[in-house]
Design a protein around this ligand. Sequence first.
Ligand SMILES: *Cc1c(COP(=O)(O)O)cnc(C)c1O
Length: 491
Amino acid sequence: MQYVSTRATSASASRNPETFSSILLGGLAPDGGLFMPATYPQVTNDELTAWRQLSYAELAYEILRKFATDIPDADLKALTAKTYTPEVYRNAREGESAADITPLRTLEDENGRKLILQALSNGPTLAFKDMAMQLLGNLFEYALAKNDDELNIFGATSGDTGSAAEYAMRGKRGVRVFMLSPNEKMSAFQTAQMFSLQDPNIFNIAVEGVFDDCQDMVKAVSNDLSFKARHKIGTVNSINWARVVAQVVYYFRGYLAATSSNEQKVSFTVPSGNFGNICAGHIARMMGLPIDRLVVATNENDVLDEFFRTGVYRVRKSAETWHTSSPSMDISKASNFERFVYDLVGQDSERTAALFRKVDTHGGFDLSGGPGSDGDEFARVGEYGFASGKSTHADRLDTIRMAYDDYGITVDTHTADGIKVAREHLAEGVPMIVLETALAAKFNETILEAIGVDAARPAGFEELEALPQKFVLMRPNVDEMKTFIAAHTGL
Ligand SMILES: *Cc1c(COP(=O)(O)O)cnc(C)c1O
């Protein structure tokens, strides 16, 4: 299996295909594109039938070996077995089995219209990013040990990504994490989750500023190529290919658990921000998984809903980006969207490069086929199963209340966006699976607002905010940051 950049042209810096291992530790391709498999591996009917018997870890192995062909089978098997265990996904709720890793729960089943929740948030940080990040931690440790190398992960977070990365990398040999977050801007729960880690390879840096200040510092350090090389700086952002491919597994799992024959289809609704999660659903569908609809659910930050309704992709300025009660979906542009657009334009990398150059120069592009548009491929979106919808703060409150009263569960704000949109797309005879992307305890302020009672906390999280916290406070000053990193990498 080889990987190509979505912007690879005969003249580009990434014209040669790469292996899985060679793109594992990297981010963007050198030409600014995203890595994609040169062809999608296909799943046969017999395989799908055989996979019905597998555990989650075994299924992950079968799917990943189609993509990570340069990792020996025995090694990959050990890595997936170590990653997807009930001990790691132990925060399953009452009525769910931790051994299922991503257990399903039927919410509604009326007139043949079935609504199902697939819990992806039972890992250590109570959000779906653990599903991929936990594998990444084990893959990184494996790859670094093999090359006798080390890696310093440097990133910025406003919430879920940073904590998922830290819990995945804690105690991993050869890896350090330097994570910036805006001082006193995250929720008390999120702050405590990150800052209570005492592992010597985890460095939490609270920046006196807002999230944009943090991101600017990451950019400044990343643009200093010699510093980056000397200190072996890397990232774990959502465009990392291994993260996307790890997420493909739970679409298969959800399908297999919700059906009894390969003749059946299911649809998925995905609370979306950077398009990483639903991009994995698209890949599963391209591999031959019988998915009917892939429904993108956004909050008030509706860049993606707008595209899937109109064919116009228009990124937002930061002043147009709302801070909402489903904050992990507050995005101004969707960093993985280029992967789908590449397929939509027939894997034409020249066109993909031109369209995303236009995003930089003109703030977007238009594939509606209308006068002055950049193409007419929007007409083909339906062939890929995509549909969309959006949800607001009022919708979230209503949905959390409704789920509490009618389904007897407390759902988080992002999942509420998903349920709201999913109910607008129910179809007879095709189960709709909503991906649950976080547990409610993480966003308790809104739960209280909606139903007036606290969200239940999984065992072990009761005293989280009372644990001792380890972090350093820093001004948004690039030189001080570099000095701090240099002092702690020992390189
Ligand atoms: C990251 C995140 C999302 C959005 O996922 P994308 O892959 O960025 O589309 C949704 N919900 C929660 C809870 C998240 O942490």
